[in-house]
Ligand binder design. Structure first.
Ligand code: AP5
Length: 209
């Protein structure tokens, strides 16, 4: 499939499964969250503008995100996994205009809120967000160090419990029209995300094949 959209609450496993799809199926992963965090790390003009918004768990403005997204896309040469975009109905329409049509498929990761809080407060990542661990469900071999790159692992600023709860509220308030849109076009599949990482991956692969 050409371009996939992964939808799901914070912590539902989109980034984890994207990394597996990249490694095993050759997709290119584009995460608007990772792109925004890279701008914050660079202390770019955009990074300075969005830092506070992200740390509070709210959404960055659609205009800022779409500029960043477009600047990092090469649609002629890659099949993308869109992770974290679209977040609302306006972004879903914008993505259709960027792709000149609907994505091949949107996969919705379903999971209980209580599990999400536990997953996120125990998450540790490399600074670029590319390698994702969990202190409980997927710990690194050496505490605090990435198995792959040897970089130190950090906690994201927005993974503190109070911010996690705001992010979930934002998600719940914005996602339904996006799900309805994709569902109405036969583009939506639902995935049970409360299973082992390997089982989620095999279910995901069976849905996109
Ligand atoms: P973003 O970075 O996109 O975060 P998110 O969507 O909230 O999702 P997460 O990255 O938190 O979770 P995930 O589903 O990838 O889970 P993961 O695989 O890491 O957005 C952050 C912020 O940026 C937003 O709040 C907003 O401010 C801004 N932003 C981004 N995009 C935007 C946009 N389009 N418009 C406006 N603003 C935007 O897994 C989580 C944990 O669970 C890990 O520890 C992992 O090891 C573990 N885990 C994963 N799968 C399993 C499993 N099956 N079993 C057990 N543990 C598991």
């Amino acid at each position: 499939m050409k371009n996939l959209v992964l939808l799901g609450a914070p912590g539902s496993g989109k980034g984890t499964q994207s990394a597996k799809l990249v490694a095993e199926k050759g997709y290119t992963h584009i995460s608007t969250g990772n792109l925004l965090r890279a701008e914050i790390a660079k202390e770019s003009e955009l990074g300075i503008k969005v830092k506070e918004v992200m740390e509070s768990g709210q959404l960055v403005s659609d205009d800022l995100v779409v500029e960043l997204l477009k600047a990092n896309l090469d649609l002629d040469n890659s099949a993308y996994i869109f992770d974290g975009y679209p977040r609302n109905i306006e972004q879903a329409k914008t993505l259709n205009s960027i792709l000149e049509g609907y994505p091949s498929l949107a996969v919705y990761f379903e999971l209980d809120t209580d599990k999400l809080v536990e997953r996120l407060t125990n998450r540790r990542v490399t600074k670029d967000g590319k390698h994702i661990y969990n202190l409980v469900t997927n710990p690194p071999k050496v505490s605090g160090v990435c198995d792959v790159s040897g970089e130190p692992l950090v906690q994201r600023d927005d993974d503190k419990e109070e911010v996690v709860r705001s992010r979930m509220e934002v998600f719940e308030n914005t996602i339904n029209p996006v799900l309805d849109l994709y569902e109405s076009k036969g583009k939506l599949v639902r995935l049970q995300a409360d299973q082992s990482m390997d089982k989620v991956f095999s279910d995901l692969v069976s849905k996109i094949n």
